[in-house]
Design a protein around this ligand. Structure first.
Ligand code: PAF
Length: 283
């Protein structure tokens, strides 16, 4: 596996692959890789001849007071994992390569509506940062496809929308959430949990799964189910930001007739803010 740090050198490699008619899949990450990321790489491998993984801790998606400085950076370990996973190129640019004018991050890509709700309400500007960096990565790599985890469901929908609105010639592929045996979704932020918090953390998925089960059994009293979910998170030891039932297509308010729903929640355990979701397909 080659590690490249500049756009020019990445493009040189991509040009030669394209010359041979090879297809390219991109897996954008912020590093500190775990089995969840490697499952995205597996999906990418099946989609294209070549796989590019980017590692870039994107400053513009962190708010003031969030964990940008503390975000775990483990490049050597990440590189070993990606080599074993048969990745072709690791693109690990410095911040100035992506944002040449460090003081002003430059052009902002903003997906209205979707970006301001749920996590966007608690992390203002977060999805503008995600959309801005993902658009840059799409333009830099020009992949045929790009793989994102379903765990970050709102992010996935923001990226799908920006791809559609900007007519970007890239196929967005969602990969299922990888979980610990007790249901906890894999996340780099799980390592902020101490032993007691780690024992409580599966309560997030358990509460979501209970609500999804009730929906599958025909319950449609959404407000009561959401209130029960919030109470369930508190009982499990979380300080919840939200627990909601939404339409899976666009995170709109659900109606009794909707057949594709998603239950989403975010909550804090100590210094970790965890998110998760469960899809409910009633078709
Ligand atoms: O999901 C992530 O790791 C990040 O939000 C992404 C998509 C790599 C953009 O920085």
């Amino acid at each position: 596996m080659k590690t490249v740090r500049t756009i020019a050198s990445l493009r040189e490699n991509l040009r030669s692959w394209r010359g041979f008619g090879e297809t390219i899949a991109l897996v954008p990450t912020m590093g500190n890789l775990h089995a969840g990321h490697l499952s995205l790489v597996d999906v990418a491998r099946a989609l294209a001849d070549r796989v590019v993984v980017s590692i870039f801790v994107n400053p513009t998606q962190f708010g003031p007071g969030e964990d940008f400085a503390a975000y775990p950076r483990t490049l050597d370990k990440d590189r070993r994992q990606l080599t074993r996973a048969n990745v072709d190129i690791l693109f690990a640019p410095p911040v100035e390569e992506i944002y040449p004018d460090r003081e002003h991050a430059g052009t902002v890509v903003s997906v209205p509506g979707l970006s301001g709700i749920l996590c966007g309400q608690f992390r203002p500007g977060h999805f503008d940062g995600v959309a801005s960096v993902v658009t840059r990565l799409f333009n830099i790599v020009q992949p045929d496809s790009a793989v994102f985890g379903q765990k970050d469901y709102q992010q996935l929908l923001v990226i799908r929308r920006l791809q559609a609105d900007l007519h970007l010639p890239v196929k967005i592929v969602a990969a299922p959430t990888a979980r610990e045996p007790d249901g906890l979704a894999l996340s780099s932020r799980n390592q902020y949990l101490d032993a007691a918090q780690r024992a409580m953390a599966p309560g997030l998925h358990r509460t979501l799964a209970e609500c999804a089960g009730a929906l599958r059994q025909g319950r449609r009293d959404f407000d009561a189910l959401e209130a029960r979910g919030m109470a369930g998170l508190v009982a499990a030891g979380f300080r919840p930001d939200y627990f909601v039932i939404r339409t899976a297509a666009d995170l709109g308010a659900p109606a009794a007739a909707n057949r594709n729903l998603v239950v989403l929640a975010a909550g804090h355990l100590g210094r970790a803010r965890l998110i998760d979701n469960v899809l409910v397909d009633l078709t």
